[in-house]
Design a protein around this ligand. Structure first.
Ligand code: URA
Length: 298
């Protein structure tokens, strides 16, 4: 009997759904055997973005069980339904996780109607479609993780998991201790109060304050808006860490694969930041292992 989720608009990933997927004895995606929309199955296969998947489906390039399907919202089950794109079966994707040192002047979407450079211009040669984990603004540089593993991406971006993102900020004014304390406690933005943040004054130079801030949310332009809330303006913003992971071995514009130890460190890193060390109750940091130099791509 075919299993149909009770609420098909919510992907089932709990233990029961997993057992069912395993019972279906299919291989492929980590959560195959579960019904999803055709558009989602194609984008999860790592061949393109959801927008691309929709356009391929609308263009009649996709067949399900021998018939062209032009409805991107059609429910299908990878591993059970035979899905062809341009006549070729969708195959199992290889999970890819990369660290990119994003320069300013690059946007993190796949295509830009204004024709500006995108981060995809920097990661040529990857044979699977990877998506940025969270955004970095055009004017923000620093660490960007890109992956085709949607569960990993969700884990990093869902604020419930409290994985910190650390930024270096150059602020247009000198910020008082009181202003830093407000940032730590949370400031009121148009979309609500921010969560407590970890904030460290790095230095004041002339009329500027340089600070380090670690937040566990990823709202749109959050750091810039937080600084505006204490009457400053961000002049320079660099993301230096996601959890404990950084990019010190990369030059601007370069990327490399993430090491397995980095993958587990970032996943097991709630609220661990370099600003104040482990949060109470968080896991003990792993001992630093000596690492072989990793291949860097330009
Ligand atoms: N906060 C911002 O304001 N911009 C970014 O790019 C990231 C975090």
């Amino acid at each position: 009997m075919k299993w149909i989720p009770k609420k098909p608009w919510r992907q089932k990933t709990g233990p029961v759904a997993r057992q069912r997927a395993e019972a279906a004895n299919v291989d492929g995606f980590d959560d195959d055997g579960i019904q999803k929309t055709l558009e989602r199955v194609i984008s999860k296969a790592g061949v393109g973005s959801r927008t691309q998947a929709r356009s391929w489906i609308h263009a009649g390039q996709v067949q399900v069980n021998g018939k062209v399907v032009e409805d991107p919202d059609r429910w299908v089950t990878f591993g059970r339904d035979r899905i062809l794109l341009d006549g070729k079966p969708l195959t199992k994707r290889r999970p890819i996780y990369i660290l990119l040192y994003k320069p300013t002047g690059y946007i993190t979407t796949f295509k830009d109607p204004e024709g500006r450079p995108t981060v995809y211009d920097l990661i040529k040669g990857i044979d699977q479609f990877v998506s940025p984990v969270g955004r970095l603004d055009l004017d923000t540089s620093g660490l960007l993780i890109m992956t085709n593993d949607t569960q990993f991406a969700e884990r990093l971006t869902n604020p419930d998991h409290k994985i910190s993102k650390t930024y270096l900020v150059k602020c247009s004014t000198l910020l008082s201790d009181d202003a830093l304390e407000q940032l730590r406690r949370g400031v009121e933005l148009s979309d609500g109060l921010t969560r407590p943040a970890q904030v460290r004054r790095v230095r004041d130079s002339g009329k500027y304050t340089h600070l380090e801030i670690a937040i566990t949310e990823g709202r749109n332009r959050q750091v810039r808006r937080m600084i505006e809330a204490v009457d400053g303006k961000v002049l320079k913003l660099v993301r230096t860490h996601i959890g404990p992971v950084s990019f010190e071995d990369l030059k601007i514009g370069e990327w490399r694969d993430m090491a397995p130890a980095e993958l587990s460190a970032v996943i097991g890193s709630p609220t661990r930041t370099r600003i104040s060390g482990p949060a109470p109750g968080s896991r003990t940091p792993e001992k630093k292992k000596s690492r072989r130099p990793r291949a860097v791509r330009k």
